[in-house]
Design a protein around this ligand. Sequence first.
Ligand SMILES: O=C(O)CCC(=O)C(=O)O
Ligand SMILES: [Fe+2]
Length: 381
Amino acid sequence: MNTDHSIDTISAPSHIIPRIKVFGNSPSPEEIRDNYIAKNLPFILTGDACLSTNSIPWKVFDEWLVCSENGQVSQLDVEHIIRHYGEDVVPVADCSKQEYGTHPKTEMKFTEFLSRMGGGDCCLYLKDYHFVRMHEDVKLYETPAYFTSDWLNEYCVDNGKDDYRFVYLGSTGSWTPFHADVLHSFSWSANIVGKKRWILYPPGKEELMKDQLGNLPFDVTIEPYTLPTHPSYPHRVEVTQSSREIIFVPSGWHHQVHNLETTLSVNHNWFNGCNAEKCWNYLKYNLQLVEKEISEFKDSMTDWESHCQVLLRAHMGFHFEDFIEILIHIANKRLGMNRPQVFDLVALRDMFRQIANVNSSSRTTIETLVKEINKTLQYYI
Ligand SMILES: O=C(O)CCC(=O)C(=O)O
Ligand SMILES: [Fe+2]
């Protein structure tokens, strides 16, 4: 594997974000899975091959970008975008304000966003635009082979549910506050044009940054977090992602992101056999928090446990049965495939064994699935 560990290596020598050069089909998805994704370590993919399919660059480059007058740099083809997508209603964050630990969001037409961004309103940031779901026929880009094992979006697409595939667009200075991703899922994010500065902390190190009330910082680019004497500082990892590079953000790594130029990016959140257990543990941990929060009603409420699940879903976007339903859906599909998906089936079996202890309405289904998985796997491992 062609990795360059020397570029952009950051303040913390123990956590270096490698740049991995993609040539044709190399490295293989299995190499990336085993060396980085399964180890929950960040990396950057570089080289045009990572943003093309069978050597053909993604359509977004041709359709959404134009060369500047001197032919040197790519910039947004605003006219094309407005003509085709200007009427889309898109979510827009206001980076100049803080509400409940994040930037408040509104909705506006894409055309209005572009004209305000063009007019120098650097505080607006278009994010979480469900472009793929809204324009299924367009196929602006393809999920890179390294990230196609995606149980979350596979389930959402198969069941007509809201997905986790987004387009982001913001001018220089727009930014995303400190956070970890939904359900502690993975994220991959590809810069179509522009540059982003990423600041990341490995899982658990965010604890060193909580205030006396247990709140995480909103902005880690200010003191005391930038002081080398701060306890979290040795764990801080920073990297600049250039145009046409893809970053992988592992599960539970808190991060903050700044657009250093006008940046158009696509990103997906997802989980698969490498991090499903992390997502499940995070869901269980959040259930404990909810249970603690309303523990005083435990004896007086008949359906206290289901209330806890409702609150869990309101807070996290998922409750236990939602998560279990995704696993069951994927297991049924993998069992129905001609070529056995050994990696997925082993991971699903491990998950079902853990979930078997939970009081789930799907217990019988899960037991049957484990038996079927065992039957399939006996010929392969
Ligand atoms: O690009 C950004 O502003 C934020 C992206 C992000 O947080 C992610 O991909 O997880
Ligand atoms: Fe994120």
